[in-house]
Each structure stands twice: as structure tokens, then as C-alpha cells.
Design a protein. Structure first.
Length: 201
């Protein structure tokens, strides 16, 4: 499904929950290893949260595993509210930090954009901007200085997109397929020179 979406320039938002009772140390890296097999996606990571009046909350309360029974009244983002079975509370939070860090680092963003280097520039711009904003879910960029620092860290990716805006705006894949950056067929006169051995009339 992700491959089919990517062929249509749609890059999915994928959500993952850590802290399930069967999770063990290294769950973040195992998850990332799977994600790396996919087209570029925008992953979001969180911890399982037991809310009142749910079977999960009732079970954890009965087992005495709630660490913050009224957590919704003392909101603390990315903080566990119960003790998992096979990993510590701190361990789950470390796994989430690892997943966010390794999904939205400048190197990860550069690799994601390289994997769609043949796509039209507008899609690559959209993907880059989305990644910078999604990173802010866990690592909020506060103020102008935070944004300037983030842009500086990702300057390599930004430079390549700006360069390609002048040289490969329509990308390589869609040009070869005779499509414009919206996915519509290009006029035959514009396609012919791109085919091997074709001559311009």
C-alpha cells in the first residue's frame, strides 16, 4: 500500500505505540529497521496511554500497575502512566526518544529526500517541510533561533532542493514517463526529446 501511495506522490503518516506489554528493549530500532524498508513516511511515536473508563485502564488499575492514576489532570507529554511488563517506564521513554531522534535527524531527512530524488521538486519541498514540522512534535522549535538552527542543520537537503528547482523542477521520473509534476500527461512535443534516440522536429 505504501509503495502504491508513493507512486502517486503520497507519503503516509505512520503511527507507532511503545510500551505495550510485549515490548522489550530495542523495540524502537526494530521498528525503524522495518520503516527503512518502506518508501519515505512521516512516522509518529508515542507511548500507550490508559484512559479512564476503558478496559485497559480497568485492567491496569486492578493489577496495581498505574503510576499516575489521574494522568489526564497532570498532562506530561511522552510520559508513561503505568508500568509495562517487560520494559521499564524509563526504558519506554528512552525508546521513544531514540525513535524520534533517528527518524528526524538531518541525516534521516537527507536519506528520505534522496530516495525520492527523481520526483518533481514540489513534492520534495512538501516532504521536507512536513518532516521539519513533524520533528517539532517531539522536539519543538521555539522562536526564531530554534528555526534558524534547524534550517542550518538541514542546509544540505535545502541546498539540493533549491539547486534542483532551477535544473530539475519536473524531476526525472515523471519527465521520462511523460507526466508533469501534477501527474498529468505532458504534450507529445515535450516528451519526444526525452525518449532514447528521439529527435526533435
Amino acid at each position: 500500500m505504501l509503495e502504491a501511495l508513493a507512486r502517486r506522490h503520497v507519503y503516509a503518516i505512520t503511527s507507532f505505540i511503545f510500551g505495550l506489554d510485549h515490548d522489550t528493549a530495542g523495540v524502537a530500532e526494530r521498528t525503524l529497521a522495518q520503516i527503512r524498508e518502506w518508501p519515505p513516511v512521516l512516522p509518529v511515536f508515542g507511548q500507550i496511554t490508559p484512559f479512564p473508563a476503558t478496559p485497559l485502564y480497568a485492567r491496569l488499575e486492578k493489577e496495581g500497575r498505574l503510576t499516575r492514576p489521574r494522568h489526564w489532570l497532570e498532562f506530561a507529554p511522552f510520559q508513561m502512566a503505568h508500568t509495562p511488563l517487560m520494559i521499564s517506564v524509563q526504558g519506554v521513554q528512552d525508546e521513544a526518544l531514540y525513535a524520534w531522534t533517528n527518524s528526524y535527524s538531518p541525516a534521516a531527512t537527507e536519506k528520505a529526500l534522496e530516495s525520492i530524488a527523481d520526483e518533481p521538486v514540489p513534492y520534495r519541498i512538501s516532504h521536507l517541510v512536513s518532516r521539519l514540522f513533524f520533528r517539532g512534535i517531539y522536539f519543538p522549535q521555539k522562536g526564531a533561533w530554534g528555526w534558524l538552527k534547524l534550517i542550518a542543520q538541514n542546509r544540505g537537503s535545502i541546498y539540493r532542493i533549491v539547486r534542483d528547482s532551477f535544473t530539475r523542477w519536473h524531476g526525472a521520473r515523471d519527465l521520462a514517463a511523460g507526466l508533469d509534476f501534477r501527474g498529468y500527461a505532458r504534450p507529445a512535443a515535450l516528451i519526444a526529446p526525452l525518449q532514447p534516440g528521439a529527435e526533435v522536429e
